[in-house]
Design a protein. Sequence first.
Length: 141
Amino acid sequence: MAPTPSRPVRILIAKVGLDGHDRGAKVVAAALRDAGMEVIYTGLRKTPEVVVRAAQEEDVDAIGVSILSGAHGTVLPRLRSLMDASDLEDVLLVAGGTIPQDDADDLLDRGVVDHVFTPGASLASIAAALSDAVDARRASA
């Protein structure tokens, strides 16, 4: 019998907090769909609790958070904490937006996020990084 192909990568794209600018999140979501991923977009102004609940309900491989407000130092650790408490340790947490490199390095070093995509990251590189990371996570499960 032939092996069953794995399901497409499922990613939840979220805008957390009061940040009301979602054009970049929508562009990334469209690019990920074009790359064959299943994308769920939560819309604007969601709480970390709502995002984690949606991730559970949608059985996603990754949560992508777009942050332009400067709240990354608060929002991302809160999301990681809620994910860990909800048995979502196998779900990737990635962030994009205006996150200073020193802050991105700190979030990565502490294991808060799995990837940070800053302005200028190509859509193709984002899709490839997510696909590779999900494939690696699935292979180790």
